[in-house]
Design a protein around this ligand. Structure first.
Ligand code: AKG
Length: 270
């Protein structure tokens, strides 16, 4: 990694009081110019090459279900590639997560690349924490597009302020979650934020914040890297559904319910 990229990934990015308040109130924030063009292009090169190497989804689009059409999903790339590890361990990105969560520090829950192919379908409304056996709401995802992402490529969309809504929290990503939340979020009056992302812009959203993405109507891949952080003092909770059971085994193997999560897969990042 070139020193300029390493510096860009480790420099502090200071948030204003207004930005911290925005996140607290709305459960998400979009931040421009977090990463330089050079850094994003490098990340795209390194991560896309791992996605090509590790992808196992080869079904034609028409034979996939809604989840399968939404994206290629490759998880915990940091364990597969030392180059990706340097990126995922970015102190700038982890520092932002810590500041937004208001915690003493963060640990990694897991990373994932989410590549929406040309012609790929929408990502249904959902809240990530349905999948996570985590004891509190102090967990957050940074969504990092690896190119400028216009509206017709399927940028991430947010239901601002929906992190406290309990309806729909028990739904996995599906046609059912999309139908229920499309109407509930409208009825509840949460603003639906749909905006493009500039190159270098990233977003952070809380685990319980409802979000979705549109289809990729372009002929280019919508390449995105995500990193999921949790409070460094996060405890494992007893799983409440089979997906949380699976997440426990996969992302925090050996952690015990009621105890702080401390496994080799969950390093402290700052
Ligand atoms: O990238 C997408 O289409 C969805 C991303 C998402 O749901 C997430 O990062 O939590």
């Amino acid at each position: 990694m070139k020193p300029s990229i390493s510096k860009d990934l480790s420099d502090s990015f200071i948030l204003t009081g207004q930005q911290l308040l925005f996140f607290k109130e709305h459960g998400f924030i979009k931040l421009k110019q977090v990463l330089s063009e050079e850094t994003v292009n490098y990340m795209n090169e390194v991560i896309s090459s791992e996605v090509r190497r590790l992808n196992t989804q080869h079904l034609p689009m028409e034979e996939r279900d809604t989840y399968g059409k939404a994206f290629l999903q490759i998880m915990n790339l940091w364990t597969q590639s030392p180059l990706v590890k340097e990126i995922v361990f970015s102190k700038k990105l982890a520092g932002l997560a810590t500041a937004l969560l208001g915690t003493r520090g963060v640990k990694l829950y897991h990373d994932q690349a989410l590549y929406k192919e040309p012609g790929g379908g929408h990502t249904p409304w959902h809240a990530d924490q349905y999948y996570w056996p985590l004891d509190t709401d102090r967990c957050v995802t940074v969504w990092i597009p690896l190119q400028a992402t216009p509206l017709d490529m399927g940028p991430l969309e947010f239901s601002a302020g929906s992190q406290n809504l309990t309806t729909g929290r028990n739904k996995k990503i599906s046609d059912e979650s999309q139908a229920l939340l499309e109407s509930t979020l409208k009825e509840e009056g949460f603003p639906h934020i749909i905006e493009p992302f500039d190159l270098g812009e990233v977003s952070y959203h809380l685990g319980w914040l409802f979000h979705r993405a549109g289809a990729n109507r372009t002929d280019k891949m919508r390449s995105v890297m995500t990193i999921i952080y949790m409070d460094k003092d996060m405890k494992l909770k007893s799983p409440e559904n089979e997906n949380q059971e699976l997440d426990w085994k996969t992302w925090c193997p050996g952690a015990k319910p009621g105890e702080v999560i401390e496994t080799e897969l969950n390093p402290e990042l700052n």
